[in-house]
Design a protein around this ligand. Structure first.
Ligand code: ATP
Ligand code: MG
Length: 287
């Protein structure tokens, strides 16, 4: 029997494309010559890439045209498709918010009752308004939603926001954050055992890569009598490595530290006597 190949749908061109390919590359999956074709087989893994518009990814994965996909949570919610969300991927982060002209007042979501709101995400908006017992008329617009209030097409908008710059440029202010979103790995609910096995192999690799990204390798020198105190602040992967320096009475400490922890601890480490602190990136962590 021919070996099964797992088919991954990713965005052909857009904000998620580069990061999706980067993740595969970091996981050691090589794909050449993908610029022209829509369906490309990886060189060294039983994986096929299908390049499509992000709007189509939830449906393709639900229907089994693709087995897995990388797509924003916002697109999954809007599609209403039934998928297994396997893993958050830590990129493509954004929020979806309601915004109104900056000179208008706003106290609560109830103020939007009876108003018109333009959006490319009518389903998510409708659910949110229903949950809050607000009845507003929703205008579906496929793009450039942010200009609709200035041309009197709508009194408010519901759209993706990352920095808020686009809103400000269009005289709008963000008044209600409806949801936060990032790229996730999704899978069809009925994968064969062979395909599940391939998915597990990919996950093993991407998890090792993502875990490494959130951690740093730290090396520092300290006088021997402050080593105990320093080690208490650096729990490390298992236990830090301590090695004597050539200089009498000093040691070098090596360990792994969470990126988020690092800045919080640096001053305390220094005041405990740490010197020559080096922080290095890690490529992969296999726990
Ligand atoms: P396609 O042609 O594939 O339909 P698109 O125009 O719908 O592309 P992009 O603008 O490339 O989509 O955005 C893809 C996804 O990236 C969004 O659905 C969202 O999950 C995420 N994203 C993150 N930040 C932003 C942002 N500032 N603006 C828009 N999308 C963002
Ligand atoms: Mg799209």
């Amino acid at each position: 029997m021919e070996r099964e190949v797992l088919r991954l749908a990713i965005q052909k061109k857009g904000r998620l494309s580069e990061k999706s390919l980067e993740l595969l590359k970091a996981a050691g999956i090589r794909v050449d010559n993908y610029s022209q074709q829509l369906l490309v087989k990886a060189n060294n893994f039983d994986l096929e890439l299908l390049f499509i518009r992000d709007d189509d990814i939830p449906e393709y994965v639900q229907d089994g045209v693709a087995d897995i996909g990388i797509v924003g949570e916002n697109e999954i919610l809007e599609s209403g498709k039934n998928l297994d969300v396997i893993e958050k991927l830590g990129f493509g982060k954004c929020r979806m918010s309601i915004a109104i002209p900056k000179e208008n007042s706003f106290n609560s979501i109830i103020d939007l009752d009876g108003k018109s709101i333009a959006t490319s995400y009518p389903k998510i908006l409708k659910n949110y308004l229903d949950e809050n017992n607000v009845s507003a008329s929703i205008h579906f617009i496929s793009g450039s939603v942010e200009i609709t209030p200035s041309i009197n097409l709508a009194e408010a908008i519901f759209d993706i926001v990352s920095t808020g710059g686009t809103l400000r440029n269009n005289g709008l202010k963000e008044v209600e954050v409806v949801l936060k979103s990032e790229a996730v790995l999704v899978a069809n609910k009925n994968l064969s055992d062979d395909k599940k096995e391939l998915l597990d192999q990919i996950l093993f690799r991407t998890r090792a890569v993502n875990k490494a990204k959130n951690n740093k390798y730290i090396l520092l020198n300290a006088p021997n009598d402050s080593i105990d105190e320093i080690i208490k602040m650096l729990p490390g992967a298992k236990s830090p490595t301590v090695m004597p320096l050539a200089m009498e009475g000093w040691s070098s400490v090596h360990t792994v530290i969470g990126e988020d922890d690092f800045w919080g601890k640096i001053e305390i480490l220094k005041s405990a006597g740490a010197e020559g602190i080096l922080v290095l990136p890690i490529e992969k962590i296999i726990a």
